[in-house]
Write a protein that binds this ligand. Structure first.
Ligand code: DGL
Length: 270
């Protein structure tokens, strides 16, 4: 069986591009559709009900375009909306939290695992629940990093301001003896070199989004819905509710691709 329909990716903005980057590498034949709800980013500080509503709006827009699988490439949305959306859709739906938790359990040796994410993700406790369910003896430290997302969305992720913000925000983790830190927000891998520098080379960083693509690949095989190498990838399109120009700049920089197609899309009240 071969299924040419695209895989859909959704995020509050450019964060899900860190998941797409891995998809481009690991799934060379798959078609890709992406929505970033940049106009309403960040989702992190918003009430859970609102994040669920926005996530449904992106999901429905992609369903109308005929996707075969949905990747909720946003931890904040995964934490509050995955179960509901998974139960309601006839296609496979995957979030980024369980793959990240699984990878951290596998990685840690001293059992001290940190999680950094948005206020919404940290408040939901979704990573603690997932981690402790798999390995009850873990010591989990969670920290919200509310300033990171806007640094990324404004394309300042290489700047000295970014370095200062990351150093200040991560200071409370210094004495926690972590050997593993989950980047529990898909925006954070764009800050990875700075985060690694601040937290130290001895701490392994887990990119939950990248881990997710391994599981997407498995599901494509399990449900026998991969696209065939004969067809190959013919579609990779991005939609944003915000500025297509800024989104395109960040996408081309991060994905190291030229001439990415980005279109503006209206959703709900955006
Ligand atoms: N990229 C998102 C995440 O993984 C959300 C960032 C935000 O909008 O606050 O949580």
């Amino acid at each position: 069986m071969t299924d040419k329909r695209p895989i859909g990716f959704i995020d509050s903005g450019v964060g899900g591009l860190t998941v797409v980057k891995e998809a481009l590498k690991q799934l060379p034949n798959e078609n890709i559709l992406y929505i970033g709800d940049t106009a309403r980013c960040p989702y992190g500080p918003r009430p859970a009900e609102q994040v669920v509503q926005f996530t449904w709006e992106m999901t429905n827009a992609l369903l109308e375009k005929g996707i075969k699988m949905l990747v909720i490439a946003c931890n904040t949305a995964t934490a509050v909306a995955l179960e509901e959306i998974k139960a309601a859709l006839p296609i496979p739906v995957i979030g980024v939290i369980l793959p990240g938790a699984r990878a951290a359990v596998k990685q840690t040796k001293n059992k001290c695992v940190g999680v950094i994410g948005t206020a919404g993700t940290v408040k939901s406790g979704a990573y603690e629940i997932a981690l402790l369910e798999k390995s009850p003896e873990l010591k989990v430290t969670s920290l919200a990093c509310p300033k990171f997302v806007s640094v990324v969305e404004s394309k300042e992720y290489h700047s000295s301001v970014a370095k200062k913000i990351v150093a200040q925000t991560l200071a409370p983790l210094e004495l926690k003896k972590l050997d593993t830190l989950i980047l529990g927000c898909t925006h954070y891998p764009l800050l990875r070199p700075i985060i690694q520098n601040v937290i130290g080379e001895n701490v392994a960083l887990i990119d939950s989004g990248a881990e997710t693509i391994g599981e997407v690949s498995m599901l494509l095989d399990y449900f026998e819905i991969s696209n065939s190498p004969k067809n190959g990838r013919s579609l990779c399109r991005f939609y944003t509710t915000g500025s297509a120009k800024l989104f395109q700049e960040i996408a081309e920089d991060w994905l190291e691709l030229d001439e990415i197609i980005v279109e503006h899309i209206e959703l709900g009240g955006a």
